[in-house]
Ligand binder design. Structure first.
Ligand code: NAI
Length: 716
């Protein structure tokens, strides 16, 4: 069975149906390349008998894109051969494009990456009008670039500027939006309608040539050297960095490929693109990102740390206690996925306020044309605001998001858990209190679990599931299913103060603040954070969290440590936080003043007094930015190793995914543990020891790290 069916009909229309045997989706692997070369050769040989070509798929999706297993294995030594292979594939696509005969892409399902690039190489694109179909070039999200002609054809089709969000941010659209953007040409109601329309196009256009192959072709929207365009291009990298928070390092290469390619003819542009593509494919960033965002994320989404042996179950009715910031967000995330929600607060007025939050988010969607008013009304009708426990009757799951107070949490647990269906789950969204401790209030601790959402819930994809000492496997499996049901990414961790994400996040902010204690200039600290790839500097994020909350968490941890017979070793950041709160009265952003000033009518800026209070000029002048950057990345990676060592984390995938999606650990690293692997475990351990000698024992390599280094092993 061949990967591409070749069917020449009596009306002389050739249909090429990509249907790779033994695969659920079509991918651009060796088998596909051979099949394409074969069918193109055959078509060329009988071109006189062919009036036009329809390219479509025999799978549910049109084409999934490049074969990441294959790309992941390409090494520096293979670079030349890889370039030759890519250019040969592109030559086959080009042979159809320049055959003179009309070639139509009949897009029956998702066309991503190489799949969309195949369609772009056709003269006409028709897609089935179905909102669940996605079209886009997501290569940038894996540290790659669209190397199948995407950086050349898309700008020639819709203009450089319009192509940027697709090429450099990985924007995906449904067929309607793709039509509006000029990426496809027609919508069809069904597969039959699509094929009929393809034939109509071929009948009406017996000869076809791409605009860029015609004499006098001009790039839509202006050529790169056009003064207005040149100005836009000059600021594009900086704007992009700000917009994507530095998450997509490949975007710079994509920009170069698109801009340089736009200044030469198509075929030379295509060669330029391949050169940049190969450079990225063999680079470490693409390896890191593919490893984590593809292999590990897929592993996690297809089960990860979910116990096996329990059938997948969906919840139908969820109760949420507390309609504040988090409760309102969880209600929105749950109701938009078709689940009934009872949103309970101390008063109906509070609960209504929480529901209003969903109304605002949905109204925005409607005004942007992303949702119908009927859809909005359906979702809102699913959220029932209340102050009554009796409305919770029949819930499969109750999530409490009341104030962070263990007595209050115990009280609401006792009050409401009997409203659950038999075997229903009670979950806490606590950010700091150990789940095992909270479960003591429950009559069914085996059905008690932590579901730690992140703020803002509608945007943050991660949910950290925390397993208490008595939580049953079945409860974990069902909590995992709920997180997936609402379209979020579940990581599973064992109970510990701060769990995984808050614990590692704490090391990041404390490291930044301790630099201030050492006399380092606050703007150098913030820059180091951004330079390390964190979305926000440590001082700015401390203000967001609130310095008083940090004091509160520390006091609680100290109390618990001492109660369990341990000795509390103060962190150098503590004195700075106390000075800010107790002596300067600066409690953070919500209070209007922290490390930053928040003028009513202006942009926030670092508080100038920090310089007099903390900065040591000699120290500030001698500091190395690389050291600051390393401290920020290393302290988080070391804490992550401790979480693995202590069994708080069970898998490297949970660690990598959790660190990126929950903490904002630099995406280009592939996560906190992948960062160590790619740095080299031994080299990392040595550098950690150097940092420990210079800055304190908190950098001392944990036992697990030393063992790995000695065994010359990596974390897997
Ligand atoms: P919030 O202060 O915005 O909301 C708490 C809500 O609980 C209020 O509306 C309050 O009226 C309500 N409430 C109090 N007693 C209640 C009762 N007996 N029954 C029903 N509702 C009651 O607090 P926020 O920020 O939403 O936090 C809630 C929980 O989520 C806390 O445990 C917090 O630690 C945790 N969390 C917070 C995150 C954040 O970024 N704010 C992130 C992750 C977890």
């Amino acid at each position: 069975m061949t990967a591409i069916r070749y069917e020449l009909a009596s009306d002389q229309i050739l249909t090429l149906t990509i249907d790779m045997p033994g695969q659920s989706a079509n991918t651009m692997n060796g088998e596909f390349r051979n099949a394409l070369s074969e069918v193109v050769g055959k078509a060329k040989a009988e071109l006189d008998n062919i009036r036009g070509v329809i390219l479509t798929s025999g799978k549910k999706t049109f084409f999934a894109g490049g074969d990441l297993n294959e790309l992941h294995k390409v090494t520096r030594e293979d670079a030349q051969a890889f370039e030759a292979m890519v250019n040969a594939l592109k030559a086959d696509m080009r042979a159809l494009e320049t055959s003179g005969k009309p070639v139509v892409a009949a897009i029956n399902g998702a066309a991503l990456g190489g799949g969309l690039e195949l369609a772009l190489a056709c003269h006409h694109r028709i897609a089935i009008d179905n909102d669940s179909i996605q079209l886009g070039l997501p290569e940038v999200t894996l540290g790659l670039l669209p190397g199948g002609g995407g950086t050349q054809r898309l700008p020639r089709m819709i203009g450089l500027e319009a192509a940027f969000p697709f090429l450099m941010e990985g924007k995906k659209v449904n067929p309607k939006a793709a039509l509006k953007a000029g990426i496809i040409d027609e919508l069809a109601d069904s597969a039959e309608d699509m094929l009929a329309k393809a034939r109509e196009f071929i009948d009406a256009n017996p000869k076809c040539q791409q605009p860029w192959d015609q004499k006098g072709f001009k790039l839509p929207g202006g050529a790169p050297h056009h003064p207005a365009m040149a100005q836009k291009l000059a600021i594009a990298p900086a704007m992009l960095k700000q917009k994507t928070k530095g998450c997509y390092p490949a975007s710079e290469r994509i920009l170069s490929a698109a801009v340089e390619g736009a200044q030469v003819d198509f075929d030379n542009g295509s060669l330029i693109e391949t050169r940049y593509f190969a450079e990225l494919v063999i680079g470490q960033v693409a390896k890191n990102m593919t490893n984590t965002f593809w292999f590990q994320l897929n592993a996690l989404n297809s089960g990860g740390s979910r116990p096996t042996g329990y059938a997948k179950e969906n919840v139908k009715k969820v109760g949420i206690l507390g309609a504040g910031m988090m409760g309102a967000g969880i209600a929105y995330a749950t109701a938009t996925r078709g689940v009934e929600v009872v949103l309970k607060d101390v008063s109906v007025e509070n609960a209504e306020k929480g529901k209003h939050y969903s109304e605002q988010l949905l109204a925005k969607k409607v005004s942007r044309g992303r949702m119908t008013t009927e859809n909005k009304a359906d979702i809102l009708a699913r959220i029932r605001p209340t102050d009554s426990v009796s409305d919770l009757a029949g819930c499969d799951l109750i999530i409490e998001a009341v104030f962070e107070d263990s007595d209050l949490k115990a009280k609401v647990t006792r009050e409401t858990e009997s409203a659950l269906v038999e075997n229903g789950i009670f979950a806490s969204n606590t950010s700091t209190i150990p789940i095992t401790q909270l479960a003591e209030a429950s009559a069914r601790p085996e059905n008690f679990i932590g579901l730690h959402f992140f703020s803002p819930v509608d945007k943050m994809q991660l949910v950290e599931i925390i397993v208490g000492a008595k939580t049953s496997d079945e409860t974990l499996a069902r909590a995992f299913d709920y997180v997936q049901q609402i379209g979020k990414i579940p990581i599973v961790v064992n109970d510990s103060r701060g769990f995984f994400t808050s614990r590692v996040f704490g090391t990041f902010v404390n490291e930044g603040i301790s630099m201030l204690a050492e006399g380092i200039h606050p703007s150098s600290i913030e820059n180091a954070g951004l330079f390390a790839g964190m979305p926000v500097g440590p001082l700015a994020i401390s203000d967001e969290v609130s310095l008083t909350l940090m004091q509160h968490i520390r006091a609680q941890s100290k109390k618990d440590t001492e109660a369990s017979g341990g000795t509390w070793s103060p962190h150098p950041a503590e004195a700075v936080i106390d000075q800010m709160v107790d002596r300067q009265g600066r409690k953070g952003k919500a209070a209007g003043a922290g490390f930053y000033d928040y003028p009513a009518n202006g942009k926030k800026h670092l508080w100038p007094e920090l310089e007099h209070l903390f900065v040591d000029k000699a120290k500030a002048a001698s500091i190395e930015l690389q050291d600051l950057k390393d401290r920020i990345l290393f302290i988080q990676a070391i804490e992550t190793v401790r979480c693995l060592e202590e069994g708080v984390l069970k898998t490297v995938a949970d660690a990598n995914i959790g660190s990126i999606f929950g903490i904002g650990f630099a995406a280009w690293t592939g996560g906190a543990i992948q960062f160590i692997n790619q740095y080299g475990v031994r080299a990392f351990t040595e550098r950690a020891s150097t940092l420990a000698a210079r800055y304190g024992e908190r950098f001392a390599p944990p036992k697990l790290l030393v063992e790995k280094a000695e065994a010359n092993a990596i974390f897997s």
